[in-house]
Ligand binder design. Structure first.
Ligand code: GUN
Length: 285
């Protein structure tokens, strides 16, 4: 029976520690501040953004939100980002994805000042992660790495299979695991015989958005299973990519959904905002 990795509890502890850091900054006259841009009214994004704003409030990070109409032009979006780049009171900028199809999200991410890119999506920060340099690591991969650290799971030499190759999770997570000397296999929709690969893995990380995709026959005895998926099942209940009840019988560690990776993503965002505020005030700290 697996040890359940308690993301909710670790995220709470992380927020408490961040609050101490945030208070120290405020005592020095620095008020960490995050600006969030959301375009249109994607229901899932609304939930994520609400969670981000609640976490900011709890830690004491100032928060401002820009809710843009789904018909906004690319130019107006870019102009807003540039305005926020130039605003000295704002330390972090986050553009919630997805955005409507007529807009170019990569151009928008590239426009965010990479010193304020708390999501780690700017090519400069993606490149720095690849080079193993200090940077803003995307929040979900960063949250997963914090979980490994907290539970003393050493990645060195381990076979890690990542399902999903998105720019937000799969690709940066691959890089994070590689930086810890793991051997990585990335599976995606064109991969042949995913099961053969996952069965060999010491660690399986799923970020594909398919309810109960990972079943117990896909993992080896004692594997570590990390579930990044947030899906709704046929009853509208939030579930991950992993058939949790069955897989937990065979795994050594497993993350639940909800209460696993999700809360860690939000905690690491706040971590990145505090880091941005510190970096931008290096001279006076
Ligand atoms: N959409 C889904 N996850 C994320 C995330 O971590 N950051 C942003 N900006 N958008 C997302």
């Amino acid at each position: 029976m697996a040890i359940i990795i308690d993301g909710k509890e670790l995220a709470k502890k992380t927020r408490q520690n961040l609050k101490i850091e945030c208070d120290e900054l405020k005592n020095k006259g620095i008020n960490p501040r995050l600006a969030v841009i959301m375009v249109g009214d994607n229901p899932a994004s609304k939930v994520y953004v609400r969670n981000k704003s609640k976490a900011c409030q709890e830690v004491g990070v100032e928060y401002e939100e820009y809710l843009l109409d789904s018909n906004i032009t690319q130019k107006d979006l870019i102009d807003l980002i540039k305005k926020l780049n130039n605003d000295k009171n704002i330390n972090g900028i986050l553009l919630q994805s997805p955005i409507p199809k007529h807009l170019d999200i990569n151009e928008a991410f590239r426009t965010i000042d990479y010193n304020k890119d708390v999501d780690g999506f700017h090519p400069m920060n993606v490149g720095k992660l690849t080079l193993g340099e200090d940077t803003f690591v995307s929040c979900t991969p960063y949250g997963v790495m914090r979980m490994f650290e907290e539970y003393n799971i050493d990645l060195c030499g381990k076979n890690v299979v990542i399902l999903g190759r998105s720019n937000i999770v799969g690709k940066p997570l691959t890089q994070c695991c590689l930086n810890k000397n793991a051997t990585i296999t990335v599976c995606h929709s064109k991969t042949q015989n995913t099961k053969k690969l996952t069965k060999e893995a010491d660690i399986v990380i799923s970020a594909i958005g398919k309810p109960k995709f990972i079943t117990e026959d896909m993992i080896k005895e004692g594997a570590i299973v990390i579930d990044v998926g947030i899906n709704r099942d046929e009853n509208g209940k939030i579930v991950g990519d992993v058939d949790f009840e069955n897989v937990k019988q065979k795994a050594s560690y497993i993350t639940p959904v909800p209460g696993g990776v999700g809360p860690m993503t939000v905690a690491m965002l706040i971590n990145n905002v505090i880091k941005a505020a510190k970096n931008q005030n290096e001279k006076i700290l």
